[in-house]
Design a protein around this ligand. Sequence first.
Ligand SMILES: O=C(O)CCC(=O)C(=O)O
Length: 261
Amino acid sequence: MSSMTVAVHTGAVEQLADQGYCLLTDLLASDVLAELTAVFEKNFTQDQWGRNEFEGRRTQRIYSLLAKFPIVANLVEHPAIMKLLRLHLSESAILAACQATRIHPGETAQSLHADDDLAGVARPRPPWSLSVMWALSPYTPENGSTLLVPGSHKWEDGRKPDADEITSLSFDPGSALVWLGGVYHGGGANTSAESRTGISIIYFQPWLRQVENMVLAVPPASAAQYSETVQRLLGYGVAQPTFFGHVDGRDPIKLINEAIT
Ligand SMILES: O=C(O)CCC(=O)C(=O)O
């Protein structure tokens, strides 16, 4: 991560600490935004519907973006985001997820959740993750803009948000909504006639990983000689029920043996 000096919007660093989220507008050069928009206009197809209520039955997702669309690196390593990462997470944070999402008209609100709660460690706690929602279309409360509960990263276990504590913002393509992993959030309901398209990126603390990077050390062809138990211990498997560890939305055990279900 570079140590260059980068300006972020006035107050964003403080707002992220205090409210748990901030909105950065107008971050992308027009040619980069135009290319990103064109790429995802072309690549959302009809076979990408969510497989459960959490993925969203009227939501489409495309995974493994950096393997498919190098232009996405402009978002992953955007200097303003790198600065927030350094200040709020870690100098050596890692990329945990990077997916395109399109919420279609008729989608209902996703259940509110805090990504860091999956750790099962008592709240409040320092952030284990930082999320960024990059808008490639307008985001509005009507078309499913991300629901957020400001300040909830400071809440104790068990507190549930009242309806008037949940907010969602309007913002333009090229903006980035950033929140800390302790903040309750979720995709909003789309009651409009237009779809809402964005790139959702999650960064993790660097220690949320294997000590040895086992799937690089023992690639699929080599892992094939072992039992399924060893393969899953190496990392060729997903955690249930979160599906963490997936590759392009699928269980990575299939990289070794397509027949395993
Ligand atoms: O789409 C959004 O606005 C947020 C989605 C989200 O939090 C998730 O899918 O886990």
